[in-house]
Every structure is written in structure tokens, then in C-alpha cells.
Design a binder for this molecule. Structure first.
Ligand code: THU
Length: 146
């Protein structure tokens, strides 16, 4: 269930945080803000590097900041992503995988051609890489398309 007030707050915080983006190469500022299952809020922006492959997206900056502060059991309830360009822009594949890791049931808000939309991470990453060991610790097969 998406709380519209929280959603607005996350969008506003993401827009605020995108101002801190380090983007000398792409000039494309991204902000993210998330709320955890237990109500804490974290923000992030993209941080680029001259070695382009080391660029970190806004979403992952926010998530890693959450883990650094709250530890490995923290879970995302809702994450919003904004861009200074205010164009339609959904999270990249790498970020979808990381969002799934720490928020398998979470909602992702981002700008589509029709304005901001709220989408479950399971819709954004069908068939994503998932748990590959069963409860006894044995490696199991991962069904695609789930
Ligand atoms: N970027 C993000 O921050 N999040 C995404 O989901 C996609 C792309 C950043 C990475 C890079 O700094 C810039 O946008 C252009 O690709």
C-alpha cells in the first residue's frame, strides 16, 4: 500500500538530494529517497568516476547508506527516484537487482511518460537473480520468469 504523503515526501527528498550529484561526465543528476519497513528515511545521488564503470547510481547510494546505518537486515518499503532533467526515467537493471535484494516487496516510484508511477519491484525485475540455496543450504535451480 502506497501512502501518498510518504510518496510525495520521498520525491521531494530525492529532488533535494539530486542537487548533490557528482556528475562531471554525464551531467545527468539522479536523486533517490527510500523509507525502510520500520520508518527510517535514507537518500542518495549518483556519484561518477573518471573510470566510468565505477559510477554509482542514486538508488544504490541510498540503499548502501541504509545498510551502513542500519545493518544487513534493513528492508526497503518504498523508494522514489528523480532526475534533474525531469524526464521519464526508470531504475537501471543493476539498481533493480539491488532494490530486490533489500526490498523484495517494495514499491518503486519514478517518472514515466505519464508522470510519477508506483510499481512493485517484482514487476520491474521479473525473473531476477534470486535465492539459489534452499533452506538446507543446498544449491537449487532458479526458475526464470518469476
Ligand atoms: N543513473 C542513476 O543514478 N540511476 C539509474 O537508475 C540509471 C542511471 C546514473 C548513472 C550515471 O551517473 C548517470 O545516471 C547517467 O547514466
Amino acid at each position: 500500500m502506497v501512502d501518498p504523503k510518504i510518496c510525495e515526501q520521498l520525491i521531494s527528498l530525492a529532488r533535494e538530494t539530486q542537487k548533490n550529484a557528482y556528475i562531471p561526465y554525464s551531467k545527468f543528476a539522479v536523486g533517490a529517497a527510500l523509507i525502510t519497513e520500520d520508518g527510517d528515511i535514507f537518500t542518495g545521488c549518483n556519484v561518477e568516476n573518471i573510470s566510468y564503470g565505477l559510477c554509482n547510481c542514486g538508488e544504490r547510494t541510498a540503499i548502501f547508506s541504509m545498510v551502513a546505518k542500519k545493518g544487513p537486515t534493513a528492508r526497503i518499503k518504498h523508494i522514489a527516484v528523480t532526475t534533474a532533467a525531469e524526464i521519464a526515467c526508470s531504475p537501471c537493471g543493476a539498481c533493480r537487482q539491488v532494490i530486490q535484494e533489500f526490498g523484495p516487496n517494495c514499491t518503486v516510484t519514478y517518472k514515466s511518460e505519464e508522470g510519477f508511477i508506483d510499481v512493485k519491484i517484482s514487476q520491474l525485475l521479473p525473473g531476477g537473480f534470486s535465492d539459489f540455496v534452499d533452506s538446507s543450504g543446498k544449491v537449487k535451480s532458479i526458475q526464470s520468469g518469476q
